[in-house]
Design a protein around this ligand. Structure first.
Ligand code: MN
Ligand code: MN
Length: 467
């Protein structure tokens, strides 16, 4: 007979906080809903390779859901669905609630810009019979990850005439793709001795774009041939690069990952996975108690600067014009608002456990990750949400059956980072970071667990509904 242990299971169950794998907490029906949700997300991610494309797709879907463009002076009623594009690079949506705006709104703020390689303003050159485009990387990348992978080129050219031309090369099945070459191992002995941070120089991130010379006897014949192709396809000249934004982005398709298909691999989960969750959540709002506001911001990866970044007063203008329709004070509205800074967090990676503190790191398939604080070196630069805001979320999520967990960005003093949370909090809005845990964040092909994507949608929806 087994020896009986003196163990008070009941007391442990009551007093200890225990986390469970999300799949042990949902039924078959919810599992189907999760799969359906992720199919939609995968299509969204596959078709949005830049912030402009995400904004365009967001507007297309919003209009399908009955959202109309918001203009100052419009009369507003509960249930009205509005959107505003900020220069085509960030998007603001709102569903007017029953409560007056003076009593605050519920904001969810994600970003749709992702780490990538931007073209320089004068990018095209020829060297030894090959043509290249020079890049300047955008956001925090490990440069070596961007060599020898297929890349696409997406961009917008602003012509002198005031017209713009959109370019997308590499997405269609028969399109050519671009690449940055690397040294062969046979000749890399010296290269391999270098520190990883010095392995690839910023100025060597040059895209191979051509090798056939123009049929004449002049100079720079390969460059001329490439420029001719661009001119034939898009009507642009070399000077037009000066007023263009081109982004080289990974060309890999969004795919299910794992033999059990429980993960999604793709470019730009950070932070389009939360942007999509927000869109789907606000599309579910018919007449919320509190006005629901959804932000798809730009420029988060470079500090939320610029007119389309979250530090821009474009947000104040939108909110002020909403408030004006009800004679409400913008500052009072902010003071009474709640913001979910919907951004991804780091997922604990068992292959690289040394940078994490297991107890406090978010895990794949354990649900939406709530990050009370981010920052570096003693929480510097962090919003550090107040306990009351976390308490409120606990209540909302419990009531709505949202599976969630706490998240922290690595061990103390291991590194750090930030989100738009600090900029929302500066506006006197109670703000907390929450989103999907990601593996290989900022890599060309990041990985998320389907379960966490779905729970983040449910989490944002719960906050919209219950606040
Ligand atoms: Mn992010
Ligand atoms: Mn990021």
């Amino acid at each position: 007979m087994a020896e009986e242990k003196n163990e008070n299971k009941e007391l442990r169950k009551n007093l200890f906080y225990e986390q469970k794998n999300g799949y042990d907490l949902i039924d078959r029906e919810e599992r189907l809903a999760l799969e359906r949700y992720c199919e939609g997300y995968m299509r969204f991610l596959d078709s949005c390779r830049t912030e402009r494309e995400a904004v365009r797709e967001g507007i297309r879907q919003a209009e399908e859901q009955g959202f109309v463009e918001f203009r100052p002076g419009m009369e507003l009623h509960p249930g009205d669905k509005l959107y505003r594009s900020n220069r085509g690079k960030s998007l603001l949506l709102a569903v007017i609630g029953e409560k007056p705006l003076e009593h605050g709104c519920t904001v969810a703020a994600a970003h749709v810009d992702c780490p990538r390689l931007d073209l320089k303003q004068l990018p095209l050159y020829e060297d030894n019979g090959m043509a290249y485009l020079k890049t300047h990387y955008y956001g925090g990348i490990k440069k070596y990850q961007w060599l020898t992978i297929p890349l696409e080129l997406h961009g917008t050219v602003a012509l002198k005439s005031g017209k713009t031309v959109d370019v997308a090369i590499g997405r269609e099945k028969n399109d050519p793709q671009l690449v940055i070459t690397d040294l062969l191992p046979h000749l890399a002995a010296e290269q391999m001795q270098k520190k990883a941070s010095e392995l690839v120089k910023g100025e060597s991130l040059n895209l191979l774009v051509g090798g056939v010379p123009y049929a004449d006897e002049g100079k720079e014949r390969v460059k001329l041939a490439v420029m001719s192709i661009l001119n034939d396809s898009y009507g642009i000249t070399e000077e037009d690069f000066l007023s263009a934004e081109f982004e080289a982005v990974p060309a890999m398709d969004v795919r299910e990952v794992g033999l059990d298909r429980s993960f999604i691999g793709g470019y730009g989960h950070d932070d389009r996975v939360c942007a999509y969750a927000e869109l789907r959540a606000i599309f579910d709002m018919e007449k919320p108690r509190t006005t629901a506001v959804c932000i798809l911001a730009d420029k988060e990866e470079i500090g939320s600067e610029g007119t389309s970044g979250m530090q821009s007063e474009a947000f104040e203008l939108f909110m002020e014009e909403l408030c004006a329709a009800q004679g409400a004070s913008l500052r009072r509205c902010f003071a009474n608002s709640l913001c979910i800074s919907a951004d991804v967090c780091n997922a604990f990676d068992p292959v690289w456990p040394e940078v994490s503190e297991k107890r406090n790191e978010a895990k794949c398939n354990y649900g939406m990750g709530i990050c009370k604080y981010t920052g570096a070196r003693g929480k510097s630069g962090s919003n550090d949400a107040d306990a009351e805001t976390v308490g409120k979320l606990r209540r909302f999520f419990d009531e709505a059956g949202v599976v969630w967990q706490m998240a922290e960005l690595g061990k103390v003093d291991q590194g750090g980072g930030g989100t738009v949370a600090a900029y929302m909090a500066r506006r006197n809005i109670s703000t907390i970071d929450a989103g999907v845990p990601v593996l290989s964040m900022h890599a060309p092909w990041e990985v998320v667990a389907k379960f966490d994507c779905y729970m983040t949608y449910k989490g944002v929806k719960a906050v919209y509904e219950k606040n």
